[in-house]
Design a protein around this ligand. Structure first.
Ligand SMILES: C[S@@+](CC[C@H](N)C(=O)[O-])C[C@H]1O[C@@H](n2cnc3c(N)ncnc32)[C@H](O)[C@@H]1O
Length: 304
């Protein structure tokens, strides 16, 4: 498996997708929208193998992981729906991986969801979509869940556009515009689970600049970032990551550094929020805020 280059982080999309599938299986459903009926199929064998290895390395429980990922999913679901309701007709998912929001959330006909990731991510997702279409529901006894998956796939009203791009490079903004993204219309732009796979701070700041350049007034930019001291990004977990050819390569030094980088790029209304993680040290599941994992939100408020 590749250990370098822009495609090397793709297996992590299958990992988090497998966590969302687990949340659906355990009944830890998002508060908003529909349970993620597609996650199990999208995660595939790759996601299940990665999740099993992650668990075997210890330090996490299936329910803890599922609750953590669903907490993150809910948070961005709510923000995205609010942005769309307030007039953002474009959703731009940076490092979209195996995101199912284009099908799962009630985004209307006038909304376009641009999914940006490396080519192998889109290819993997297309293969899983084809498999769902070809599933034999009666034979394998999955009639009900298969019907729900198909209803999800066919019920989507928004338009979905795939964009192949390396987000560590300078020209991805141009590729997004070429795919139909309109820089004159407000957008909700999300970098969920992406920045920790970028090579360094310069590249991250370059990405912020390209995002800022795409944003019409009224647009939102949200995402998450690791900062030094994150318990779950320790060496043991990174060892599992490396088995799948992936690595967490970038962290900010502090939450203030995240804020400063966004403000220096010209974003306004910057807010930070600690992610919620869930762990079990033998006495039941404990929920806590993680200062080492920050959710950020920024706006382009004015013409400035
Ligand atoms: C942890 S996954 C997150 C996927 C999705 N946002 C989610 O939360 O389910 C990270 C994703 O970022 C993508 N990614 C990482 N570095 C990238 C790069 N340089 N260019 C494009 N995509 C990248 C990976 O391919 C992968 O799909």
């Amino acid at each position: 498996m590749a250990t370098h280059g822009s495609g090397s982080a793709f297996p992590t999309a299958a990992l988090v997708c497998a966590m969302r599938a687990e949340a659906t299986r355990l009944g830890i459903d998002p508060d908003l929208g529909e349970p993620d009926m597609l996650a199990e199929s999208f995660a595939g064998d790759l996601g299940r193998a990665f999740l099993n290895a992650f668990r075997a390395a210890g330090g996490s429980t299936p329910e803890g992981e599922a609750r953590g990922i669903i907490h993150r999913t809910n948070y961005y679901d709510a923000a995205m729906l609010q942005a769309v309701q307030s007039g953002c007709t474009q959703v731009l998912l940076l490092g979209s991986g195996l995101d199912t929001r284009a099908w799962r959330l009630p985004l209307g006909e006038g909304v376009t969801v641009f999914e940006v990731d490396v080519a192998c991510a889109h290819e993997f997702k297309r293969e899983r979509l084809a498999e769902i279409e070809q599933e034999q529901p009666i034979r394998d006894g999955t009639t009900e869940s298969h019907a729900k998956k198909l209803a999800h796939l066919r019920g989507a009203k928004c338009k979905r556009v795939e964009v192949d791009a390396d987000l560590s490079e300078a020209r991805w903004g141009r590729l997004v515009a070429d795919a139909g993204f309109d820089m004159e219309r407000p957008a909700f732009i999300l970098a969920e689970g992406l920045l920790m796979y970028l090579p360094d701070k310069d590249v991250t700041e370059g990405l912020f600049k390209q995002v800022r350049g795409l944003m019409a007034p009224g647009s939102w930019f949200m995402g998450c970032a690791f900062v030094s001291g994150l318990g779950c990004a320790d060496a043991a977990d990174n060892g599992v990551m490396m088995k799948f050819g992936c690595a967490w390569t970038f962290k900010f030094e502090s939450a203030d550094e995240v804020r400063d980088a966004l403000e220096a790029t010209g974003f306004g209304s910057v807010t930070l929020k600690q992610a919620q993680i869930f762990f079990d040290q033998g006495a039941g599941l404990v929920q806590t805020s993680s200062p080492g994992y920050q959710y950020f939100s920024a706006r382009r408020d004015t013409e400035a």
